[in-house]
Design a binder for this molecule. Structure first.
Ligand SMILES: *Cc1c(COP(=O)(O)O)cnc(C)c1O
Length: 366
């Protein structure tokens, strides 16, 4: 079936294009050279972010990947120490290319736990600011909210408080990977600053559902951000007239949290609709933000085949491993697109080798 329908793009919430307001802001932005720290729009973005997140200072970086890496490096005493994080944490995962080890010089101490939350007993045992002959010292503890690999799971305030108390007691820096911090704030019904208060260092992506074309922020104490500035330069992240991007970011930061809430509601609607087609796809209860993952193992098609079949129906989704699909909602996916996407999923599902009721282990994997 050939069509010129606009694809419904659910692959990522970073795919949004700059808004007309962003183009206007770029045209009007006063510029300088951020390599010399005199781009007024970048400086304004950094002050605005620091205020918004309740921190002393903030730094504009080209990506979340670099913001995470700079955070690990800026935490303080580091080389040969351990990075303690959830075993599904983005900083330890493939997409970060092992920068924590190869660049920041840290050893990984992954801690398991449900829905992105580290087991607190294991964490308490693992944190050791001094080290001994059988285990290195703890350089930094990291948490991630929302948790990307765990279906956008939200860490509760109680969990973050407990981790913070442990880190504080042992004098270890706590890093909050907040690529989707606004999503966590919405799900927790609180402010950005409240969520950010659980990390000494906090990142925030300007692109993930906020709509900026590029950039992430890192916020923390003035001392840590001063160090972060050196590491940003070292990694090649000091840009020049980056006020053009900062101008878009300032527009992005004005996105009301109620807008993010709309994206969450659309993801819930999507999860519910897909659950009606096939209850084995996903547990709608686990869709708490704008991200959902579907399990397609039982359908007789693997993730790559699903991606292809859906693309033929003008629905774009991302594969996650061999049997999972990842879907995200954002400003360019409206309610009617959600309903349309559900209808197109139903078409592909009806053509799968195994029906929902047959529950065949299509690939010989139970
Ligand atoms: C996306 C993401 C990053 C990396 O951000 P980029 O801007 O894509 O480099 C880091 N941490 C988490 C939790 C993320 O979801």
């Amino acid at each position: 079936m050939l069509s010129n329908r606009k694809p419904i793009d659910l692959r990522t919430d970073t795919a949004t294009l700059p808004t007309p307001e962003m183009y206007q802001a770029m045209a009007a932005a006063p510029l300088g050279d951020d390599g010399w720290r005199d781009d007024p729009t970048v400086l304004e973005l950094e002050r605005t972010t620091a205020t918004l997140l309740g921190k002393e200072a903030a730094l504009f970086l080209p990506s979340g990947t670099m913001a995470d890496l700079v955070a690990l490096m800026a935490a303080g005493r580091r080389h040969g120490g351990e990075l303690i994080a959830h075993d599904g944490a983005w900083v330890l995962g493939g997409a970060s290319h092992g920068g924590y080890a190869t660049i920041a010089g840290l050893a990984a101490r992954p801690i398991p736990g449900p829905r992105g939350a580290m087991d607190l007993e294991m964490l308490e045992e693992a944190i050791d600011p001094i080290g001994h002959h059988r285990a290195p010292f703890t350089a930094i503890v990291a948490i991630e909210n929302t948790h990307t690999a765990e279906n956008g799971a939200v860490l509760s305030i109680e969990h973050m408080s407990a981790v913070k108390a442990m880190a504080e007691k042992k004098g270890v820096t706590l890093f909050l990977d907040g690529a989707r911090l606004p999503h966590a704030a919405v799900a927790l019904g609180t402010t950005l600053a409240d969520v950010a208060s659980y990390g000494d260092l906090v990142t925030l992506s300007l692109c993930k559902a906020l709509g900026a074309p590029a950039g992430s922020m890192l916020a923390g104490s003035a001392e840590m951000i001063e160090r972060a500035l050196l590491y940003r330069k070292l990694l090649g992240g000091a840009m020049r007239q980056s006020g053009l991007l900062a101008a878009c970011a300032l527009v992005a930061l004005r996105t009301p949290l109620s807008t993010i809430e709309t994206y969450h509601a659309r993801a819930a609607r999507l999860a519910e609709g897909l659950g009606r087609i096939d209850p084995q796809f996903a547990d709608p209860e686990l869709t708490v933000t704008n991200l959902l993952t579907l399990d397609v193992r039982h359908t007789g098609l693997d993730a790559a085949q699903w991606v292809k079949a859906l693309a033929a129906e003008d629905v774009l989704v991302a594969p996650m491993g061999r049997f999972k699909l990842r879907l995200l909602t954002h400003s360019e996916v409206l309610d009617e697109d959600i309903d349309e996407a559900i209808a197109r999923f139903a078409i592909v599902r009806s053509r799968c080798p195994s029906t929902a009721t047959e529950q065949l282990a299509g690939f010989g994997v139970a």
